[in-house]
Design a protein around this ligand. Sequence first.
Ligand code: RFL
Length: 380
Amino acid sequence: MRETTRVAIIGAGPAGLTLALLLRRNGIDCVVLERRARSYVEQRQRAGVLDHHATRIFDQAGLADEILTGAPAETLLELRYDGSPHFLDVPSLAGGRPSRSLPQQLLVRRLLAAVGDVRFEAREVALHDLTSSRPRVTYTDADGGSHEIACSYIAGCDGFHGVSRRSIPSAAVTTYEFDHGIGWLTLLADAPPPRYPLMAISSHGYAAQFARGPAASRFYLQFFADDPLAWPSSYVWDQLRLRLGDPSLPTGTITDREVVEMRSFVTEPMAYGRLHLAGDAAHIITPMGAKGMNLALSDAATLAAALIDGSPGALEAYSSSCLARTWDAQEFSRWFTEMVHDAGIADPFRRKLARARFERLFRSPPAAAAFADLMSGTDY
Ligand code: RFL
């Protein structure tokens, strides 16, 4: 089957769906191809915070009711150091710019409902003629039918393992990779969430606890040499109690366990011919600072604005404006990563630096304001 559209979007994650929604609401025709089934996409649990910059994307597009309803504004952030609590009022420090708590799977469900038509279970997606004025996408549907879509632009929103970035000749891009040398066990548990997002720094290693709805928590636990997926639940809870400095931490059924290796990756430029990459397809970042999903949404909004504008200049500026924001977030995430993990490393000099970095946040109002500005999402 052959058809035409203005924009072919590969991937129905936060980036692809936000792009599709913004384009369709502005009268631009697009087709969204997703490799997975709808039920899988709707249930994939990952991020939980929309920073203020990302919430503004939906506000400014008149989509706040559809997308943000009921998502509570974040208030305080707790940084616990060796069991001793310290609080930062991030929204106030950032000049009244609160982030909102919205689990990624709920955001994706709302986006799917607002976007409407998405083609799930699209297999063997392939991109063709990217440097021509009429690129094409081919794919096979769930029943084995072959399809070809001719379009003006392709948006590669298919995540880090997708096909879009791999369709660019390697000589046309530069990639930057960094392994932070840190691993986390991440858990979802039916355990009461903390009152405020909680990050705990200790010589036993980093731990954190965040709300995932009214009765569930996501926990993070840094691991060192052994395989944390083999840890018995009793050991997991012992370690959480120790590092969070909370001997009476309420436990619950662990519903999911995953290992996260802290890696960063950036592709430059984020475009090749008529293909534009957005979100994890172009860059990944450590979860410190919670910027992954937010960068994906910001890319989508920038790309939508350029496609709506339609001028060659707007599309040419897409990559550099997204990369500036991406590197800013990478630097913040690395800075934050060192601050909360270096208390557990062998090097005493770096342990002292990390402690000084932490204390500066509570001694210096401009330092706290700069931190809060980055947490809330810089408005550029
Ligand atoms: P996604 O969400 O990976 O979506 C890409 C979509 O493309 C589909 N796809 C294909 N479709 C068609 N053809 C192909 N060949 C395809 N290949 C792939 C996939 O099935 C998928 O539906 O990318 P997107 O839209 O760029 O969004 C990025 C975010 O999902 C990601 O940055 C965040 O989840 C990262 N992340 C976090 N970000 C935050 O902002 N705050 C957090 O607290 C946070 N926590 C996390 C995270 C990521 C995690 N994992 C597992 C990677 C916690 C975890 C555990």
